[in-house]
Write a protein that binds this ligand. Structure first.
Ligand SMILES: [Cu+2]
Length: 269
């Protein structure tokens, strides 16, 4: 259940992630709080312009305001901000960084930014990422996958297109090949700086099928604004179809072997 009246009116992208409801509720509260502060302080400003105008106060007062109300109000604001931080922001953040999903259902992907596109790297059916090294990078191997690594033989890579199944936790290991980018999926209420030389994971659970924007949210050069990729959240069946299709295109033999293995498994049952 989301309470997102104001932020929706202001044009926030619709939420499509499980944890997004908590974030949206917090954002909504913050916006109402800021609206109250804006109206409050704005009114106070105009009141002081009127109250202390020169015509009414020909002689400057050396005492000034003596009311303690502003101090009390500031104290109230401080308390509210501490409550927001400790009761809402900190728990959401703790959930984001300390409760990474585990288990066979988790979809694990690497996202590697480069000027000005996003590379995606999926472990193949074996579930293991192949090694990557900068020395193997060439036009046909933009992620520098080690061609001798057996774990990498069935891996698949895509450019500017990431597919995941709906309702399954997804971990994305974010990194960069050149400068600092930011891997941002507004609909998934997720963003992470992509920093060369480091791998930082983020996770989310998509709850709605559809196609969403993945954008670079860190000014990274002339083509920054065109650094967009698509995230397609598929049904389980569509995701499998997509994955098998790309897998068959990339590794015809591996795909054949996988099919014949699963056939033989079916046959022996
Ligand atoms: Cu970028």
């Amino acid at each position: 259940m989301t309470f997102a009246l104001l932020i929706e009116a202001l044009g926030i992208t619709p939420n499509a992630a499980e944890h997004g409801f908590a974030m949206d509720s917090m954002l909504e509260m913050l916006h109402w709080f800021m609206l109250v502060l804006f109206v409050g302080w704005g009114s106070f400003y105009f009141y002081t312009l009127w109250r202390f105008q020169k015509r009414k106060n020909p002689k400057a007062s050396y005492v000034g305001a003596t009311s303690h109300l502003p101090t009390k109000l500031e104290g109230g604001v401080l308390v509210l901000e501490v409550v927001l931080l400790l009761s809402f922001a900190a728990p959401i953040w703790a959930n984001r960084i300390a409760e990474f999903p585990t288990g066979p259902d988790v979809i694990h992907i690497r996202a590697v930014g480069e000027q000005f596109l996003w590379n995606f790297h999926y472990p193949g059916p074996d579930g293991k990422f192949g090694r990557a090294n900068i020395k193997f990078v060439n036009t046909g191997n933009s992620l520098g996958l080690d061609p001798t690594d057996p774990d990498g033989q069935d891996d698949i890579t895509t450019r500017n297109s990431m597919h995941i199944p709906v309702n399954k936790p997804c971990i994305v290991d974010v990194s960069s090949k050149d400068v600092i980018h930011n891997f941002c999926i507004p609909n998934m209420r997720s963003a992470q700086d992509a920093i060369p030389g480091t791998v930082i994971p983020l996770w989310f659970v998509p709850i709605k099928t559809g196609t969403y924007d993945i954008v670079c949210a860190q000014l990274c050069g002339n083509g920054h604004s065109s650094m967009r990729a698509e995230l397609v959240v598929d049904t389980e069946a569509d995701y499998k179809k997509w994955f098998d299709g790309v897998s068959a295109l990339t590794h015809p033999k591996v795909a054949d072997a996988a099919t014949s293995t699963s056939d033989s498994v079916v046959a022996t049952k």
